[in-house]
Ligand binder design. Structure first.
Ligand code: HEM
Length: 516
C-alpha cells in the first residue's frame, strides 16, 4: 500500500537515512534513479544528539498520546484535511507520473523537491503521456468521478474521485489521481474532488480571449495562486499565530534557506516533515457529523478510512456510495463568507481537535499496517529517532541564534503541559531524560497545548518558514509575484477555503450538501 509518509529520508549532505526497505517504488529508468536521490530533504537546524528516547520511552509516550483527544478547537474540521492535502502536495514525488526518457536532471531535481504547486492534482500536466489519464480529452478539464447509487439516492457525477477501469475490483476502486495518498481517507478524498471541481470551473470561466494553447496553463496558474493565497491567509493563521505568518511573509525568513535564490529548487526540512507538520495528527477527530445520514458522530474515523480506496474498500463497491458524499457546510463555516443560508447548527458542525499532545484513540491502530506498527504517535517518535532529529530544546537554541524571538518551555511546562498527554507513565529517570531532551514533535505539540491549541515558538516558525520557501520556489508563486491578488473571491484581498468551495460548487446548497 502507498504510504502517507516517506520510509527513507535522503538528507542533503548526509545521504540516505532510515529504513533500507519499503521506500518508494522505482519510478524512473535505473540510470536516472542512480544519479538522483528520491526526495530532497535537508536539516534546518543541528543534528540531534545520541540522547534519543529508548524504545520503552517511545512506546509508553506513544501509547499515552493516543488515549484520546484533548477537546475540540475553534478551527473548522475541514482544515485538518486541507492540511493533509497540502502535505501531499509538498511531498509529492512527481517522477512517479513522468517517463524516464523525458526527464532532464533539472526537471528531476524540481520534481523531487517540495513545492506548493498542486502537482498532486495535476501530475506532470495533460501533455505528459503518463499524466494524460487524469484529464478529459480536451486536455483542459480534470476528470471527475461518479458515486454509486444507493437506496433512493442516485449516482452523482462529480462527487467522487475518478476511479479505475481495470478488471479486478481493486483496480476498479483505485483512484485515477496523481497522488493516491489523497484517497487515504474520505475527508482528504472529498477535498481533492473539490479541487478538481475548482479547476474545472476556472477553466469554464476563462475569458474567451485566452488562446486555446494557453487555456490549461492559465487555469492552472490561477488555481495554484488562489490555493497559495488560502494557505497563507486562511490556513496558516489558524494553526500558527498570525503575527508570525505576517512577519515571515512580509519580512522574510530567518532560519530556513535564508537568502536562497527564489527560483532555486527548495528542499524539505526534516524538522517540518518528521515533526512540526505532523501537527495535523492531533487535529483529527474520532467521529464526525459527516452528513445528514451519517450524523451525530456516525461518520467515525474508521468509516472515513473504510470509504476510501487506499485504507479501505469503499464499503465493498467500486465507487463511493452516494450516501457518503460530504456535506461541506459541516466542515467549513460559510458564515465567514456571509452565507448564513449555508451554515448548520453548532451541534452539527465539526471542529478540529485542538493541537496538543493528545491524539484520538483510533490512531493507535491505523489500518493497513502490521501489528505492532499501527500506533501513529509511536511511528512519529520512532521516525525522528531514525533520522537523529534535533530535540525541541536544540531547535530553541538554533532559532534564537538566527534572531527568532521565542521563549523556551520550562521543564515543568514540558512535563505537565495543559490537559495533554501525561508523562506519569514514565519512570522518574525516564521522565527527567524526556523533559531535558524532548522529541521535537512532542515539544511542538506541548507548545501548542500551552497556547490554546495553536502552534507557537519553534513549531510556528518551522511551519511558516517551510511553507514560505515552498511557495517561493513553486513555479507559480504568490511570494515571487507580490502584486498578484485573488480575482475569484469577494474582493481583491480575500480568498478563503469557503470562497474556493463557493466558486467550485457554484454557491449552491444542492452541490455543497447534496444530501440536504
Ligand atoms: C486521518 C488522517 C491521517 C492519517 C491516517 C495519517 C497517517 C500518517 C502516516 C501513517 C504517516 C507515516 C508515518 C511514518 O513516518 O511512518 C504520516 C506522515 C505524515 N503526516 Fe499524516 N496522517 C493523517 C493526517 C495528516 C494531517 C492532517 C497532516 C497535516 C496537516 C499530516 C501530516 C503528515 C506529515 C507531514 C507526514 C510526513 C510526510 C512524509 O514524510 O512524506 N497527516 N501520516
Amino acid at each position: 500500500m502507498e504510504r502517507h509518509g516517506s520510509e527513507t529520508y535522503f538528507v542533503i549532505g548526509e545521504g540516505l537515512l532510515g529504513e533500507t526497505v519499503g521506500g518508494r517504488d522505482r519510478t524512473l529508468a535505473a540510470e536516472l534513479e542512480a544519479v538522483s536521490p528520491p526526495f530532497r530533504f535537508s536539516r534546518m537546524g543541528p543534528r540531534g544528539t545520541q540522547r534519543q528516547p529508548t524504545e520503552s520511552i517511545r512506546e509508553k509516550v506513544g501509547n499515552v498520546m493516543v488515549e484520546g483527544g484533548g477537546g475540540p478547537s475553534q478551527i473548522p474540521a475541514g482544515f485538518t484535511y486541507l492540511g493533509q492535502f497540502a502535505d501531499h502536495d509538498l511531498t509529492f514525488d512527481k517522477t512517479s507520473v513522468m517517463l524516464g526518457e523525458n526527464v532532464s536532471p533539472a526537471l528531476l531535481l524540481q520534481a523531487r523537491s517540495p513545492s506548493l504547486d498542486l502537482d498532486s492534482l495535476y501530475g506532470a500536466g495533460p501533455t505528459e503521456p503518463k499524466s494524460a489519464k487524469f484529464y478529459e480529452a480536451d486536455g483542459e478539464h480534470l476528470k471527475v468521478g461518479t458515486t454509486d447509487a444507493i437506496g433512493n439516492i442516485p449516482a452523482k457525477e462529480g462527487f467522487d474521485l475518478p476511479r479505475g477501469v481495470g478488471t479486478s475490483p481493486a483496480d476498479k476502486r483505485k483512484a485515477v489521481i496523481p497522488d493516491p495518498r489523497n484517497d487515504e481517507n474520505l475527508a482528504v478524498a472529498q477535498t481533492h474532488a473539490a479541487f478538481i471541481r475548482f479547476h474545472n470551473r476556472v477553466v469554464d470561466t476563462l475569458p474567451g480571449s485566452v488562446p486555446q494553447a494557453q487555456r490549461f496553463s492559465v487555469a492552472r496558474e490561477t488555481v495554484t495562486k488562489h490555493y497559495q493565497w488560502i494557505l497563507r491567509t486562511d490556513y496558516l493563521p489558524r494553526v500558527c499565530p498570525p503575527s508570525v505568518v505576517n512577519s515571515v511573509f512580509t519580512s522574510g525568513r530567518k532560519a530556513f534557506e535564508v537568502g536562497a535564490v527564489p527560483t532555486d529548487v527548495p528542499t524539505m526540512p526534516i524538522e517540518f516533515s518528521v515533526a512540526a507538520f505532523r501537527l495535523g495528527h492531533s487535529m483529527i477527530r474520532s467521529a464526525y457529523n459527516w452528513n445528514k445520514i451519517f450524523d451525530n458522530g456516525a461518520g467515525t474515523l474508521d468509516f472515513l478510512f473504510l470509504f476510501s480506496g487506499l485504507s479501505g474498500d469503499l464499503g465493498g463497491g467500486k465507487r463511493l456510495p452516494s450516501n457518503w458524499i460530504a456535506d461541506f457546510r459541516r466542515l467549513y463555516d460559510f458564515g465567514e463568507a456571509g452565507r448564513a443560508d449555508l451554515t448548520v447548527a453548532e451541534a452539527k458542525f465539526n471542529r478540529a481537535m485542538r493541537i496538543d499532545t493528545s491524539l484520538v484513540n483510533p490512531l493507535k491502530t491505523l489500518p493497513g499496517f502490521p501489528a505492532g506498527e499501527r500506533n501513529l504517535a509511536f511511528r512519529n517518535l520512532t521516525r525522528a529517532k531514525m533520522v537523529t532529529l534535533a530535540t525541541g530544546q536544540q531547535m530553541v537554541t538554533f532559532l534564537k541564534g538566527k534572531g527568532v524571538t521565542l521563549t523556551k518551555l520550562t521543564a515543568a511546562q514540558v512535563r505537565d503541559g495543559s490537559n495533554g498527554a501525561s508523562l506519569d507513565v514514565l519512570t522518574p529517570s525516564q521522565r527527567t531524560a524526556f523533559v531535558a531532551d524532548t522529541p521535537l514533535w512532542f515539544y511542538i505539540l506541548r507548545e501548542a497545548e500551552l497556547n490554546q491549541g495553536r502552534l507557537k515558538g519553534v513549531g510556528a516558525r518551522i511551519v511558516t518558514e517551510t511553507f514560505h520557501r515552498a511557495m517561493e520556489g513553486s513555479q507559480a508563486s504568490i511570494v515571487r509575484d507580490p502584486t498578484w491578488h485573488p480575482t475569484l473571491g469577494p474582493d481583491n484581498a480575500t480568498f478563503r477555503m469557503v470562497d474556493l468551495l463557493l466558486f467550485a460548487f457554484k454557491g449552491k446548497k444542492t452541490l455543497l450538501a447534496p444530501l440536504g
